[in-house]
Design a protein around this ligand. Structure first.
Ligand code: URA
Length: 271
């Protein structure tokens, strides 16, 4: 006689559990067509067609329209090729030291970030850091992703640690920094700002204006004496020493793509 209690081959969870799981999958993550569009597969409409044609799989199963996916968890493929891995594209995370410039050639002969990473394929930096700013910088030859990350409408968060002079930043000044500072090129968008230690600020902004953090701190009377970028969207790495670089992992590439797709959400025209 077969012992059904110890043999669960062919066991199917009850219908209500299957429905709950399907519903959870549908409501988590980012819409698949948005992730595809953000990886350079074409407009949202084109990506919807790819899905409708059955060319897109999530974890090996053909995806349906309305499917949502999560970075780090789901494996998305188009025609059997992982979306994050397009041939010839490279993504480097560099911890830029002070004194190195982000432009590809410096008129004053200072070292440049592109001299630190491999010369081929040629890469460019996504956004820029001032010569005297340290910290994380993404370098790539993926123009699509670079434009999306750098464009303020995508609102990818960038986090900085700023050592400032002038002693403790008051509660009122912190509030000003959070709510918006009137700069010569307009008021800054709301920012997350905290003071983990006296004279040390952690600022998270999603705009990329020239010398923005320095100008914000100047405006409240606490000039920056040292500035380090510690995070770009989902990318951070405390073990990367100044001057060191590494390639993004597949999970980081997916998370970056997803962060761009997510942050574009509020700017979506209704479809
Ligand atoms: N804000 C600045 O002031 N400088 C940088 O390099 C980056 C952000």
């Amino acid at each position: 006689m077969t012992d059904n209690t110890s043999d669960d081959a062919g066991f199917e969870p009850p219908l209500w559990e299957q429905l709950a799981e399907q519903s959870a999958q549908l409501h988590q993550g980012v819409r698949l067509q948005k992730v595809l569009a953000a990886t350079g597969w074409g407009s949202r409409r084109v990506c919807e067609e790819l899905i409708a044609e059955g060319r897109v799989t999530v974890n090996g199963e053909v995806a349906v329209l309305g499917r949502r996916v999560e970075a780090d968890v789901d494996r998305v493929e188009v025609d059997g090729a992982p979306i994050g891995v397009r041939p010839g594209l490279v993504y480097y995370l560099l911890n830029k030291p002070a004194g190195v410039v982000t432009t590809s050639k410096d008129t004053h002969g200072r070292p440049t970030v592109v001299e630190i990473v491999p010369a081929e394929p040629r890469v460019f930096s996504v956004g820029r850091l001032d010569a005297d700013t340290e910290g994380l910088l993404l370098l790539t030859n993926d123009g699509d992703l670079a434009n999306r990350i750098a464009h303020p409408s995508h609102g990818v968060e960038k986090e900085y640690l700023a050592e400032v002079s002038g002693g403790a930043v008051s509660a009122g000044q912190l509030r000003q920094l959070r709510e918006g500072i009137e700069l010569e090129d307009g008021i800054t968008a709301p920012a997350k700002v905290s003071q983990p230690e006296t004279g040390l600020l952690r600022l998270t902004i999603h705009e990329g204006r020239n010398r923005q953090v320095r100008r914000m701190c100047d405006a409240v009377g606490h000039p920056v004496t040292r500035l380090v970028r510690t995070r770009i969207g989902p990318l951070s790495d405390r073990s990367l020493a100044p001057g060191d670089w590494r390639e993004l992992t597949a999970a980081e590439r997916r998370a970056t793509t997803e962060a761009v797709a997510e942050s574009a959400h509020q700017y979506d025209p209704p479809s």
